[in-house]
Design a protein around this ligand. Structure first.
Ligand SMILES: *Cc1c(COP(=O)(O)O)cnc(C)c1O
Length: 361
C-alpha cells in the first residue's frame, strides 16, 4: 500500500488514523456485528455516534447553547437556497462577492428576494478581500452573506465584515475547524465537510436558535426548513449516517491534536513554508495579496501555461497529487487542509525547488 500526498481542494485528504480506525470497525462496529453503513439511524449505536459528534464539535468550536448544530445533506450548494428561504423575512439580503462560491450563493438568493452585491473583488479576479469596515449595508437586510475562505482563489477574511448589527451568514466549507472561531459573531456558520472535515455528503449548519422559525418563504419544502431538522435533532429522515460517523472521528482526532488553537498553529506553520518559498522563488509566484492569503488553499503560477502543465505532470509522477489549479483559474493550487502532514508541504517545496533549478536558465 502506498499513499500519495493529496493536495486536492475537495473531496480531500483525511487523517490516516481516522481512516485506519474506520477500516478496523468496517465489519463489526463495537460488537454490533455490522458496519455503521448497515445500521438503523434510530439504533442505540448510531444515536451515540451522532450525539457524541455533536458534543465534540460543540467542545471544539466552543458553540454556545443558543446555537443548534445540524447535520444535513445537499452539500454546501443546497444552503445557497435554504438560507434565503428560511431567513428572508423582508426579502432583502446583502452579499459580498469574493469568488465563485459567493457568486453562486448570490445568484441563487436572487430567486427569493432583492439581493444586493455590496462589495466585490471580481475586478482583480478575486485575488483579495475587499475592505468591509464600512459597507453600504441595507437597512432592511435580513442578513449579510460571506464566503469566508475562497477555495478556488485562495483568499480568506482576516477580519469579519462590519455588518452594522445585521446577522452574518458564512460559508466556511474550506476553513471549517482550521482555527478557533467566535461563533457568537455569526447567525449561521455552515460548510460542506468534504474539504476539511469528512467525506462528501454531509453539510454542517451551526445556526442561532432565533433564526429557526416557521416563518419561512411560502412553498419552502419541509426538508429545506431548518426547523424540521432542528426539532428532529438531524434525524427527521435518514441522515448521511456513515459520513457523520467519520466526521465524529475527525472531531476526536482534532481534540487529540490539541483542539483548534493547536490546529491554527500547525496550519500557520505549514502555510508559511509554502508562502515563504513562493515569496523567494524566481519561478513560482502566489496569486493572492499577502494580507488575505488563505491557510488552506494556496494558488500559484509560473506565468507560463506549458511550464505549469509540466510541473503538474512531474509533481504527480513524484507522488504529489491534485496540484492542478481550478479549471477557471489555471496554474496550480495546493490545498493544505488540517490532515495534510507538515512533511507533505516540506517535500512539495523541496520538489518545487528542484523543478525551479531544472527549469530556469
Ligand atoms: C466546495 C465548496 C462549495 C460547494 O460544496 P458542495 O458541497 O459541492 O455543494 C461551496 N462553498 C465553498 C467555499 C466550497 O469550497
Amino acid at each position: 500500500m502506498s499513499r500519495v500526498y493529496n493536495f486536492s481542494a475537495g473531496p480531500a485528504v483525511l487523517p490516516e488514523e481516522v481512516l485506519k480506525e474506520a477500516a478496523n470497525e468496517m465489519l463489526d462496529y463495537k460488537g454490533t456485528g455490522m458496519s455503521v453503513m448497515e445500521m438503523s439511524h434510530r439504533s442505540k449505536a448510531f444515536e451515540e455516534i451522532i450525539t457524541e459528534a455533536e458534543k465534540d464539535i460543540r467542545d471544539l468550536m466552543n458553540i454556545p447553547d443558543n446555537y443548534k448544530v445540524l447535520f444535513l445533506q445537499g452539500g454546501a450548494s443546497q444552503q445557497f437556497a435554504m438560507i434565503p428561504m428560511n431567513l428572508m423575512k423582508n426579502k432583502v439580503a446583502d452579499y459580498i462577492i469574493t469568488g465563485q462560491w459567493a457568486k453562486k450563493a448570490y445568484k441563487e438568493a436572487q430567486k427569493y428576494g432583492k439581493v444586493n452585491a455590496i462589495a466585490s473583488s471580481e475586478d482583480k479576479t478575486f485575488s483579495y478581500i475587499p475592505d468591509c469596515s464600512d459597507l453600504p449595508i441595507s437597512e432592511d437586510a435580513d442578513y449579510v452573506y460571506i464566503c469566508e475562505n475562497n477555495t478556488i482563489y485562495g483568499t480568506k477574511y482576516k477580519t469579519l465584515p462590519n455588518t452594522k448589527g445585521k446577522t452574518l451568514v458564512a460559508d466556511v466549507s474550506s476553513c471549517f475547524l482550521s482555527e478557533p472561531v467566535d461563533v457568537t459573531k455569526y447567525g449561521i456558520i455552515y460548510g460542506g465537510v468534504q474539504k476539511n472535515v469528512g467525506p462528501a455528503g454531509v453539510v454542517i449548519v451551526i445556526i442561532r436558535e432565533d433564526l429557526i422559525t416557521e416563518d419561512v418563504l411560502p412553498g419552502t419544502p419541509t426538508m429545506l426548513q431548518y426547523k424540521t431538522h432542528a426539532d428532529a435533532k438531524s434525524l427527521y429522515n435518514t441522515p448521511p449516517a456513515y459520513g457523520i460517523y467519520i466526521c465524529g472521528k475527525v472531531f476526536k482526532w482534532l481534540k487529540a491534536q490539541g483542539g483548534l488553537a493547536a490546529m491554527k498553529e500547525k496550519n500557520e506553520k505549514k502555510a508559511k513554508i509554502l508562502y515563504d518559498f513562493l515569496d523567494e522563488s524566481k519561478l513560482f509566484k502566489g496569486t493572492v495579496v499577502k494580507e488575505d492569503r488563505s491557510l488552506m488553499n494556496v494558488p500559484f503560477v509560473t506565468g507560463d501555461e506549458e511550464l505549469d502543465a509540466k510541473f503538474v505532470k512531474e509533481a504527480k509522477e513524484a507522488g504529489f497529487e491534485n496540484l492542478k489549479g481550478h479549471r477557471t483559474v489555471g496554474g496550480m493550487r495546493a490545498s493544505i487542509y488540517n490532515a495534510m502532514p507538515i512533511e507533505g508541504v516540506e517535500k512539495l517545496v523541496e520538489f518545487m525547488r528542484k523543478f525551479e533549478v531544472a527549469n530556469t536558465k
